[in-house]
Design a protein around this ligand. Structure first.
Ligand code: PEP
Ligand code: MN
Length: 332
């Protein structure tokens, strides 16, 4: 159950009521919100005089669910508002990892040329093997910050574990929680206290229910600006890296109030399919696209096989606007 407390209830009283109700409590605008288990179906007598409104939901998809809030949530991702009544699809592009100043600067220049505002690149990489490139760490974050200043871009980079979550939050404009990190409650809870939007990726063995409940951890901490990112799940198929779950995207659009972002690059795993998939993703009417592109993918230190060349990316990017127009959206 979600309970909106009256605006005259102060922090101390809200905390007391939350403890009694075994609820999570956070402040939204000028009032406190309590969230109990969805199994609670009637408002406690003690809470009643302090409650403005309460909402019963059928599962622990609560704050993120359309049962509670049927209209899409809206917030600024990078430079543009997404969700709500906005018909923007934000393009997020860049290499898998920051590798050097020259490489990330070439990437920033590509975005500038195409008027794309959000540069992506990882600095703390959650690699499958401990013996491969693990990311430049803080040095990479500094390079991203430099590109933001020099080219007027916004940046998104991922948190690999809770040990550097504060550092990443300090440097970045959008916090990315990756497919492998999405179960890390240290990260989820810390991001719940951050004042920056979060792009939460779906783990590749994660059900939609589990995925959205991870978003609930961030939201119930007080940071409700969460975008859900589908990036492919593991199936029996081995010819492609993962299987992009577009049915799941339809579910997320129908039953959650959060913006949805699609990442065809990690789903496909191979350059050859990414442009077609990007167009298919856009046609789903989503709020954002996350695409990997590298100045020289052949020598990329991570995800070399799936990153588009700048030429391939540019060609693909120019094919998107007519599709967006056909479904009443705009790629920004
Ligand atoms: C990435 O975006 O480079 C990445 C590691 O993605 P994922 O968490 O989806 O594997
Ligand atoms: Mn990658």
């Amino acid at each position: 159950m979600i309970i909106h407390l009256k605006s005259n209830v102060n922090a101390e009283k809200a905390a007391q009521l939350a403890e009694k109700a075994k609820a999570v409590c956070f402040k939204r605008d000028n009032y406190f919100v309590l969230v109990t288990s969805s199994k609670v179906r009637a408002l406690d007598a003690e809470l009643e005089p302090h409650a403005d409104a309460f909402y019963v939901t059928s599962s622990d998809i609560q704050l993120a669910g359309t049962e509670y809030m049927p209209q899409k949530r809206s917030f600024v991702l990078g430079k543009h508002p997404i969700g709500g009544e906005h018909k923007n699809t934000v393009m997020i592009a860049g290499p898998c990892s920051v590798e050097s100043e020259e490489q990330i600067e070439q990437s920033a220049q590509l975005l500038k040329k195409l008027d794309i505002s959000v540069l992506r690149a990882g600095c703390f990489k959650p690699r499958t093997s401990p013996y491969t490139f693990q990311g430049l760490g803080e040095e990479g974050l500094k390079l991203l910050a430099k590109m933001r200043e020099k080219y007027g871009l916004k940046v998104i980079t991922e948190v690999r574990d809770a040990s550097h979550v504060d550092m990443v939050i300090d440097y970045t404009d959008i916090i990315q929680i990756g497919a492998k990190a999405m179960y890390d409650h240290g990260i989820l809870r810390r991001c719940g206290k951050a004042d920056k939007p979060v792009l939460l990726k779906r783990g590749f063995g994660t059900t939609l229910q589990e995925f959205v409940q991870c978003a609930e951890f961030v939201m119930s901490g007080g940071n409700e600006n969460v975008a859900l990112c589908e990036r492919g799940i593991r199936t029996f198929e081995t010819k492609t890296r993962f299987t992009l779950d577009l049915c799941g995207v339809a579910y997320l659009k129908e039953y959650t109030n959060l913006p949805v972002i699609l990442d065809p690059s990690h789903a496909m795993g191979y350059r050859y399919g990414v442009a077609d998939l990007t167009r298919a993703c856009l046609a789903m009417g989503v709020d954002g696209l996350l695409i990997e592109t590298h100045p020289n993918p052949m020598v990329a230190q991570s995800d070399a096989e799936q990153q588009l060349t700048h030429e391939q990316f540019t060609e693909m990017f120019h094919s998107l606007q007519p599709i967006a127009q056909a479904i009443g959206r705009k790629v920004v």
